[in-house]
Design a protein around this ligand. Sequence first.
Ligand code: GAP
Length: 495
Amino acid sequence: MSVTMETLVSLCKRRGFVFQSSEIYGGTGSCWDYGPLGVELKNNIKRVWWRDFVQQRADMVGLDASILMHATVWKASGHVDHFTDPMVDCRECRRRFRADKVDEQPWVHYCPATKGNKFTIPAGEPCGHCGARRTLCPECGKGELTPPRQFNLMFRTFMGPVEEDAAVTYLRPETAQGIFVNFDNVLQSMRRKLPFGIAQIGKAFRNEITPGNFIFRTREFEQMEIEYFVNPNDTVAGRPADEYWHERWIEDCVGWFKRYGLREENLRLREHDKDELAHYAKRTADVEYRFPIGWSELMGIANRTDFDLKQHAQFSGKTLTYFDEDRKAHVVPYVIEPSAGADRALLAFLADAYREEEVRGEKRVVLRLHPELAPVSVAVLPLLKKRDDIVETAQKIRDELAKRWIAVYDDTAAIGRLYRRQDEVGTPYCVTVDVQTVGDRDKGEAGDGKVTIRDRDSMDQARVPIGELVPVVGELLAGGEWTKIAARFPAVKVS
Ligand code: GAP
């Protein structure tokens, strides 16, 4: 079963993943706030991406450039002149649409063949009664649309206290340019040899004409970008180095998304046609994901050639080249750019993890998130919240686990419901402290010092001594197989 966007939006709000920005004022519809669980999930995505693509690779370094940059950066990059979408306005209701997307939405039609009855007709289809196609505003069905005009997607602002033309700058619409303008700084300070890459994670802003579909298209979002510099004169495995590395990055990126949970059947590659390619790109492949809204771009991997470095060299008057020791010549590197959106990645991981299952006649909602991404790694639950010794032991265990992982304590419901709540937010393991753990002082019974650990996916449980909990949870979160690890301990029969 594939999950709908409404279900995800509702889960995200109810369980504290994502809230509408400024909701108490009616919301913005184009920006979203990450709640307590959402921020952990997003941080985990970014942390794992950074670890895998930057820290674990010998050919990568990181960067954190400022969001506000010199205005000329955006002239050189082409954004001032070309970062536009064609926009049309309804003369009646004043709504705005992207001219190239206006036929991708259902349209309202007052049909003359049915005495002007109002119909909502599926995107791109003609009216079933009169055969007319959409010409008017798709939302109000009455107003004519203006001819398209180009609308620049960058947010303009002013640097400094005087609002004059000379002070105009922009919120960055991509993190990439912060990397290009620092190419020489990194090259000199880090003494890198080609090929090498610079990665950056950060906010980007685009004044999208029609933002929407939850966090899929927003006006403020986060990118995880890499600019990988290669020597265009080199060959690798019999191919030009840029083409070889482009292919490698496509494989690595798709492999990364699969490793952290996206199913193969929900991922595909889409090559940009020649007429769709950006003017600087030699080849671009999008990794598309089957989102609840259909197949859409999750990330792009472009071969940007030497365009950006040459542009910035020309506009800044600085040399942005690499000295090729073997050929004793300066060269402008080519750039392979894997560029992913952190928000879209989060949406894809959530959509792929979402399952509705039937357990003993009841519906169970579970997020089968990869343990490294799950917003809570382990939840510690007391079986009886009225027993101080149980509560105290559970809280102590949580504090110990929280030194290493994201661990929570929850005693706000009965155990069955607590398990369901943790399933619904993707917590891979729950630890329960019960009477057997602590014993019964009044009856003079000593506890066994063991707790029950429960696996989210199989719902199987095992009894583990408290002293072994940290290594066991550590093994499990490091990717250890539940069945193998649990087999070392007595199983708990689940009724
Ligand atoms: N530097 C290249 C670049 O920015 P892009 O295809 O425009 O390329 C890269 O953006 C990624 O950023 C997209 O694949 C998407 O994941 C994310 N992205 C772009 N615009 C977005 C928006 N308005 N809202 C959310 N994510 C967005």
